[in-house]
Design a protein around this ligand. Structure first.
Ligand code: GLN
Length: 302
């Protein structure tokens, strides 16, 4: 496995020049475009990696996966009365469908849907931000998981689009808590920093029917693990989810920090990181790495 990861990183890392580091959140724009890492966690938890796989980065939208699991466990099927399960076919921060669809976001992993999920967490946990970071530390089996305060304040200062999404949903009665509290929670979950190693380790439960395969703890029900993987398969790579299913064939989630996680049911988790993004907000190098890993190891679920 190690030679495969080393070779693929050499093969693909120079393609970072074809992407652009997200700078609509100014603190994210300060990260070096040349950093790149990859890690694979098999079900036994012995993670292998190459490149900058132990360097923390901003998880951004990958946080939507953890938040969704927490909300599903907390309020069960009522969640699906407030958020849909269909691909959006629009940019991750699009507002256009929200008005057409009476403030019901298309799915929980576009920004509107993640803000709805953040509202559930704020409304059902007395301290939702610390509940969220405790959840990450438990899953990573690592206490060294923190929010980057610079990214958090940068996003709070430049969060007008997300504020607009939240207020529009509030006007339809689909956000229950105060919008500033929802935005605070959402930005703080996006500002968490993790390494490829920690992220791959953390999501093993989704490859193992909801059970952490190393500790044996049931993190979510098998049905919820199935549902999260289904949502990630259809929507996790935003409006490039169809192409990702076509070329890779794994449930996956990307973030504008340049990370991508891909779940390989019954086998493990792949995580890549390289900051420059393509037009859809997915890491250029990460897309190439995961496609080649899936091909080399025959990982497609289809
Ligand atoms: N915090 C980012 C935002 O809301 C997350 C987006 C992403 O990673 N796609 O814009």
């Amino acid at each position: 496995m190690q030679p495969l990861l080393d070779n693929l990183l050499v093969k693909h890392r120079e393609h970072y020049v074809h992407g652009t580091v997200a700078n609509y959140i100014p603190a994210l724009g300060e990260v070096s475009p040349q950093l790149a890492g990859v890690a694979i966690a098999p079900l036994n938890g012995d993670v292998v990696g190459a490149g900058d796989w132990q360097t923390p980065f901003s998880i951004q939208s990958i946080s939507k996966v953890f938040a969704l699991v927490m909300a599903m466990q907390r309020i069960g099927d009522t969640l699906w009365q407030r958020v849909g399960m269909e691909p959006s076919g629009q940019a991750f921060n699009s507002i256009i469908q929200l008005e057409w669809e009476q403030g019901i976001p298309r799915n929980p992993v576009i920004n509107a849907g993640a803000l709805l999920v953040a509202d559930v967490l704020v409304s059902h946990f007395s301290a939702s931000q610390s509940a969220f970071s405790h959840f990450l530390r438990k899953l990573a089996q690592d206490e060294h998981v923190f929010a980057d305060q610079r990214v958090l304040s940068s996003e709070l200062e430049h969060g007008s689009r997300n504020a607009a999404l939240a207020y529009l949903m509030k006007s339809f009665g689909n956000i229950h808590a105060d919008v500033p509290a929802v935005l605070n929670h959402y930005f703080s979950q996006c500002a968490m920093t993790m390494t490829c190693q920690q992220l791959a380790r953390s999501l093993l439960f989704l490859a193992n029917r909801g059970v952490d395969p190393v500790t044996g703890e049931q993190i979510c029900s098998a049905q919820d693990a199935h549902r999260v993987n289904a949502i990630l398969s259809t929507s996790g790579m935003y409006d490039q989810s169809g192409e990702f299913a076509f070329s890779v064939g794994l449930p996956a989630k990307s973030g504008v920090g340049g990370g991508i996680v891909a779940i390989v049911p019954q086998q493990g988790v792949v995580c890549t990181w390289s900051p420059p993004l393509n037009a859809q907000g997915n890491s250029v190098v990460g897309m190439r790495l995961i496609a080649d890993i899936a091909q080399a190891l025959g990982l497609s679920i289809y």
